[in-house]
Design a protein around this ligand. Structure first.
Ligand SMILES: NC(=O)c1ccc[n+]([C@@H]2O[C@H](COP(=O)([O-])OP(=O)(O)OC[C@H]3O[C@@H](n4cnc5c(N)ncnc54)[C@H](OP(=O)(O)O)[C@@H]3O)[C@@H](O)[C@H]2O)c1
Length: 301
C-alpha cells in the first residue's frame, strides 16, 4: 500500500463537511443555497460534499449557480465530489438499468463535467462513489492517477468501499487514497466492526461519515433505538453544556479514534449552527459507550 496520507490534510481542518445530497429538497433558490454556503464558511465548515448523481444529476449545477453569487466564495470553499453511479432518470432516458462505472474514461468525463458545472478549476477531493465490480482496479487507478497528475483533482478517495476493496485500489495509486466515505452513525456502526476504520487507523487516513444523524431516523420516536438514545441523551445533556441529541450524535461519530469527518446534511441554517457546536464536545469513555449500549439495546459483550 502506498505511504499514508497526511493525517490532517488541509481539506479536513474542520471535522465537519457540509453535504448537499438533499440540497434541492424543498425550497432551494440559488440565494438560499448561497446563504447556507456562506454561513458554513463563517462557522468554519470550509468544505462541501456533493456528487454527480445528487438531485437527479442537478445539484452540481445548482451549486455552481449559488457559488457564483458570491465573488470569492470559490476560494473559501473546498469541494468534494463523487461520480460513478448511473441510474435511469428523465435526463438519461436511454438508460434501462442502473450501473456503476469507475473506468478511467468515465472518471475523466465526470470530473471534467463537474468542473464545468461548478465553475471550478480543480476538484479538491474526488471520490469514486461506489465500488464498480465491472472495472479493474488498474483501470480506476490509472484514471485517478492521471487526474491528479493533470491537476484536475487534488486528492482522490473512495466511498462505500469495503476494507479489501480500499486496500486493493490503494495498492495501485501513486499517492494514497485520502479517505473512504462510509455510512456511520449510532444506528449503523458497521465501520467499527467490519475493518473499515481499522484500516483507516492503520494507514492514518481519516474516514468520512455520511448520514451522521442516520438521515433523520435518529429523531423517529417510533424507532426503539432512537427512543432509547433520546432518553440517554437527555440524561447526559447537562454534563455537555445542555447538548442536544443531535450534538451528542455528532460527537459520538467524531469521537471514534479514526477521527471521522461528519458529513452533515441539514438544509436548515439553525441546525448547521447547532451542529458546529458539537466540535467542542469530547465524550467521556463511559458516555460514548452508554450511547453505544442505548443504540444496540444490549450491554457490551
Ligand atoms: N457517499 C455516499 O454514498 C453518501 C450517501 C448518503 C449521503 N452522503 C452525504 O452525506 C450527507 C449527509 O447525509 P444526510 O443528509 O443523510 O445526513 P444526516 O445529517 O444524517 O441527515 C439529515 C436529515 O436529518 C434531518 N434532521 C437533522 N436534524 C434533525 C432534527 N433535529 N430533527 C429532525 N430531523 C433532523 C434533516 O432535515 P432538515 O434538513 O429539515 O434539518 C435531513 O433531512 C449528504 O448530503 C451527502 O453529502 C453520502
Amino acid at each position: 500500500m502506498p505511504n499514508s496520507q497526511n493525517t490532517s490534510p488541509d481539506i479536513f481542518q474542520f471535522p465537519m463537511v457540509y453535504g448537499t445530497w438533499r440540497m434541492l429538497d424543498g425550497a432551494h433558490s440559488s440565494q438560499d443555497i448561497n446563504r447556507r454556503l456562506n454561513r458554513c464558511v463563517e462557522l468554519g465548515i470550509t468544505a462541501i460534499d456533493t456528487a454527480e448523481i445528487y438531485g437527479g444529476y442537478a445539484v452540481e449545477a445548482a451549486l455552481g449557480d449559488a457559488m457564483a453569487l458570491s465573488p470569492g466564495l470559490h476560494e473559501k470553499l473546498r469541494v468534494i465530489t463523487k461520480s460513478g453511479i448511473y441510474v435511469p432518470n428523465p435526463k438519461n432516458p436511454e438508460r434501462t438499468v442502473g450501473f456503476y462505472d469507475a473506468s478511467a474514461a468515465q472518471l475523466k468525463k465526470s470530473v471534467e463535467a463537474s468542473l464545468r458545472l461548478m465553475g471550478r478549476d480543480r476538484i479538491d477531493l474526488f471520490l469514486v462513489h461506489r465500488p464498480d465490480w465491472f472495472t479493474s482496479i488498474d483501470d480506476t487507478a490509472t484514471g485517478l492517477n492521471q487526474l491528479i497528475r493533470e491537476g484536475k483533482i487534488q486528492y482522490a478517495g473512495v466511498s462505500n468501499y469495503s476494507p479489501t476493496q480500499f486496500a486493493a485500489l490503494n495498492s495501485r495509486m501513486d499517492t494514497g487514497l485520502l479517505t473512504n466515505q462510509v455510512e456511520f452513525h449510532l444506528l449503523n456502526m458497521e465501520p467499527i466492526t467490519d475493518g473499515t476504520f481499522d484500516l483507516c487507523l492503520q494507514h492514518r487516513i481519516r474516514p468520512m461519515a455520511w448520514s451522521p444523524l442516520a438521515g433523520g431516523k435518529l429523531f423517529d420516536k417510533n424507532n426503539p433505538a432512537s427512543a432509547r438514545l433520546a432518553s440517554v441523551a437527555t440524561s447526559m445533556s447537562a454534563k455537555y453544556g445542555d447538548a442536544t441529541l443531535e450534538q451528542l450524535a455528532y460527537a459520538w461519530v467524531m469521537g471514534h479514534p479514526s477521527r471521522p469527518i461528519a458529513v452533515i446534511g441539514t438544509n436548515k441554517l439553525e441546525r448547521i449552527e447547532s451542529a458546529v457546536q458539537a466540535e467542542s464536545i469530547t465524550l467521556e469513555r463511559e458516555d460514548w459507550y452508554a450511547l453505544w449500549v442505548a443504540a444496540q439495546g444490549h450491554n457490551i459483550p
